[in-house]
Design a binder for this molecule. Structure first.
Ligand SMILES: N[C@@H](CCC(=O)N[C@@H](CS)C(=O)NCC(=O)O)C(=O)O
Length: 204
């Protein structure tokens, strides 16, 4: 296998690095620097014509993209510890919380990043600043939702650390990079962030 990775602050390849670290998998890695537009260079477009990282090239040459698909593949190959749940209800809970992170926090954050951040102004053809900023309340609502959940559970999907926590950690750290910090308004989420960040895999 060959893993095409991008360093921080890119959140999606980090999901794969954390899952690999949780499972003790060492992936031979090629680094693609988005800041240097290497993801749009012909060499990388030959691997992933979508021009996005991460990508995982399998031994038979098949290419997996989409960070969650790659994480699921690694989880199926190395089932311990299970990060996508074990029983039907665990699997459903993990999926439910992961999708809430992606749709309720990841999507508005992406719109804020693309349309209202000075860094992306150099990259996207046209920014709609007002629209970008209009996503801030949705981000705040999503943080409140996760805070309420984490008042009752140690990890987002229950008692065990899961891919839902991986996605939330990567999204929140990226959110900090974009300029929104966790505050005391979401104390349970802040505590969870400290727990998740203190796992050895979080340095990935
Ligand atoms: N849904 C994809 C999103 C991949 C993605 O957006 N990757 C970012 C890096 S975090 C990227 O390559 N951005 C450059 C671009 O889209 O041009 C996944 O989860 O893997």
């Amino acid at each position: 296998m060959l893993f095409y990775d991008t360093p921080l602050p890119a959140p999606n390849p980090r999901r794969v690095r954390i899952v690999a670290a949780e499972k003790g998998i060492v992936l031979p890695t090629v680094t693609v620097q988005i800041a240097k537009s290497e993801h749009k260079a012909p060499e990388f477009l030959a691997v992933n014509p979508l021009g996005q990282t991460p990508a995982l090239v399998l031994d038979d040459g098949e290419v997996l993209t989409e960070s969650i698909a790659i994480c699921r593949y690694l989880d199926a190959l190395h089932p311990e510890p299970p990060l996508f749940g074990r029983t039907p209800i665990e699997i459903a809970r993990v999926d439910m919380w992961m999708r809430r992170v992606e749709f309720r926090l990841g999507n508005p954050l992406a719109m804020l990043w693309i349309h209202a951040h000075p860094f992306t102004a150099k990259i996207v053809p046209q920014q709609f600043r007002e629209f970008g900023d209009s996503n801030r309340p949705a981000i705040a609502r999503a943080l409140a939702l996760f805070d309420t959940r984490l008042a009752d559970t140690q990890w987002l999907a229950g008692d065990s650390f899961s891919i839902a926590d991986v996605v939330l950690l990567c999204t929140i750290d990226f959110m900090t990079f974009v300029g929104i910090k966790l505050t005391d308004e979401t104390p349970h989420l802040k505590d969870w962030h400290m727990r998740a960040s203190s796992r050895p895999s979080a340095t990935a």
